[in-house]
Design a protein around this ligand. Structure first.
Ligand code: HEC
Length: 267
């Protein structure tokens, strides 16, 4: 919980994060993505539902555990929009930009193999059709490898089945080529994010409501970074989400009403 809030604060207040006296990342490292490459999805419509949830997870350090949360590392840091972050570099863990040692004690995973063996970060475009997966550990399915990445390589918390299928749904849309007509990137409306809460609220599944609201609030933090002129609007939406999340625990009917009210208006 604190970790999620911390991530959110860090994402929404970069100036504050930079002023933090504790720099967890080895000096001279570079894990950010400068200009994200085109996503190249196999669909034209904006993402929604499970694939949208998968993208939120793909962009959340919370998925990869404590070390990742501290340094703000996500799947997307290494595989931006499914491509390769060729400038990715972590001192002591990378040999060349675009490489990383995934069996290093830095990750706290107990997979330290005693050798500095950085591997080139692969592209994930077309990944659903490129089984088997991995070099040091080879696994037959995308689900098994993704679980291995999260739980074993990065020592993240156990990945939930709904998270795993959402990640697979998203990664399965990553294409190797642009679609025939030129790919125009359409930003997903905020209402599509809100819609992710309908089912968890109906089922009164508090864990899901909490998790998904945190993921959406992280996304709002990222949007503020990209479009600071919309800060007030996104902060307002974030507050509404917080209220919905709180109400879900005690007054689920009110939470559903509040969600319905904002579904149409949150574009
Ligand atoms: C620090 C950089 C880094 C992060 C973060 C990262 N990966 Fe990777 N990923 C790699 C490297 C390096 C490999 C190659 C590993 C290998 O071959 O054993 C890889 C391989 C993969 C593969 C196998 C691709 C193939 O064709 O064999 C998948 C799938 C994958 N990553 C998904 C993910 C997902 C999902 C996340 C987030 C949960 C993630 N990765 C986070 C660096 C990273």
């Amino acid at each position: 919980m604190i970790a999620f809030l911390w991530v959110f604060i860090m994402r929404t207040s970069p100036a504050q994060a930079q002023a933090d006296p504790v720099n967890w990342l080895p000096p001279d490292s570079r894990i950010d993505v400068q200009i994200p490459p085109d996503e190249l999805l196999s669909i034209i419509e904006p993402l929604q539902g499970e694939a949208l949830l998968g993208k939120l997870l793909f962009n959340s350090p919370s998925l990869l555990g404590e070390t990742a949360v501290r340094i703000g590392l996500t799947c997307n840091s290494c595989h931006p929009n499914g491509h390769v972050n060729t400038r990715f570099f972590m001192s002591g863990l990378s040999s060349l930009p675009g490489t990383i040692d995934v069996t290093h004690k830095f990750w706290g995973s107990g997979t330290e193999d005693g050798v500095l063996n950085p591997i080139a970060i692969p592209s994930l475009r077309g990944v659903s059709k490129s089984a088997p997966y991995g070099t040091l550990t080879v696994l037959p399915t995308l689900g098994a490898f993704t679980k291995h990445v999260i739980e074993t390589e990065f020592a993240g918390p156990p990945v939930q089945p709904y998270e795993l299928s959402a990640l697979i749904a998203y990664m399965s849309l990553l294409e190797t080529k642009p679609k025939a007509d030129k790919q125009t990137y359409v930003q997903t409306n905020l209402s599509a994010y809100f819609a992710l809460l309908i089912e968890p609220l109906e089922r009164e599944w508090i864990g899901g409501v909490t998790r998904i609201t945190h993921l959406i609030r992280e996304e709002l933090g990222r949007r503020i970074k990209v479009s600071p002129e919309h800060r007030a609007e996104y902060e307002g939406v974030s507050q509404i989400l917080k209220l919905i999340q709180r109400a879900a625990k005690t007054h689920p009917a009110n939470a559903r009403d509040a969600l319905n009210k904002h579904l149409g208006s949150a574009d």
